[in-house]
Design a protein around this ligand. Structure first.
Ligand code: GTP
Ligand code: MG
Length: 264
């Protein structure tokens, strides 16, 4: 089904538990590709607190962005099936640098510091904003920004400049609703429909919205399937069997050695 045909469908009736809005089922092969990729090793590669520290690993990148406390780190953990890969906290503003995680040497997951954290000092906000803007504009390998929106709150004012910046930069972004476990089916449908209405105004917006719960696992398999579509193709088995190192792995290993640990 094409995107236009699916517009106007709602998340009620048989689609009430859909992981995408507008509702669409994934092919079993796509889901399996996502499952296999995200079951592979995922390693912390680098934490960059300033532009000079951004790693130079040659992998396609997916960035996870959104307001402070929206669930970016939790979602990365849920996708990779690791509880402690990206640090989570009840304290907003926890992620203070850009953290890079290499998945199977084929895809880089990028955990960005959240915006809109009221308690942060002006100086801190300025430096995070400059860092993130630099990264978003400069990364040649960034394939998609997953813009996370708390399903209970919908789009807020601080989300607007991010979407406008993606439009201006031609940077493909896709909305991912988080914490849908906190909503009943009717409220979930309402949340998806209201953010979908906003997307029509943004040229860089992907028309489909993912609905997820890092806590309960809803929508995680579907998001894995979408993101697996951006991964580098697997290295030919023969090359791996013969111990021929992949260029990508060398780059990632170098970055891992040269960069500091995640902040506590
Ligand atoms: N109920 C529920 N809570 C969630 C979910 N995902 C995250 N949370 C909670 O939301 C809070 C923030 O989660 P984080 O993953 O640290 O959010 P973040 O966007 O990385 O936050 P910053 O790094 O501060 O910007 C934590 O208390 C999580 O337990 C979810 O799917 N369901
Ligand atoms: Mg975080």
């Amino acid at each position: 089904m094409d995107d236009h045909a699916s517009r106007g469908r709602s998340l009620t009736g048989p689609d009430a538990d859909a992981d995408l809005f507008p509702p669409r089922a994934f092919e079993p092969e796509q889901l399996e590709a996502g499952r296999l990729l995200f079951a592979r090793e995922c390693r912390f590669v680098a934490g960059a607190a300033d532009p000079a520290a951004l790693p130079n690993a040659d992998l396609p990148e997916i960035a996870f962005f959104g307001r402070s406390n929206v669930g970016k780190s939790s979602l990365i953990n849920a996708l990779t099936g690791r509880r402690m890969l990206a640090r989570i906290s009840i304290t907003p503003g926890r992620t203070r640098q850009i953290n890079f995680f290499a998945l199977d040497g084929r895809l880089m997951l990028v955990d960005l510091p959240g915006y809109g954290y009221a308690q942060a000092s002006k100086g801190a906000v300025k430096s995070w904003t400059e860092l993130v803007q630099h990264y978003l504009r400069a990364s040649a390998r960034l394939r998609r920004v997953c813009l996370l929106i708390d399903s209970r709150h919908g789009l807020k004012d601080p989300d607007q400049p991010v979407m406008r910046m993606c439009d201006a930069a031609g940077l493909s972004f896709q909305l991912v609703l988080t914490k849908v476990d906190r909503l009943g089916p009717a409220a979930r449908a309402e949340a998806a429909e209201s953010v979908a209405a906003e997307l029509a105004r943004h040229s860089a917006a992907h028309p489909e919205i993912h609905l997820t719960s890092a806590d309960k696992g809803q929508g995680i398999a579907a998001l894995r399937a979408t993101l697996a579509g951006f991964a580098e193709a697997e290295a030919p088995r023969a090359a791996v069997a013969q111990g021929v190192p992949r260029k990508i792995d060398r780059n990632v290993r170098r970055a891992a050695v040269a960069t500091p640990r995640q902040p506590r």
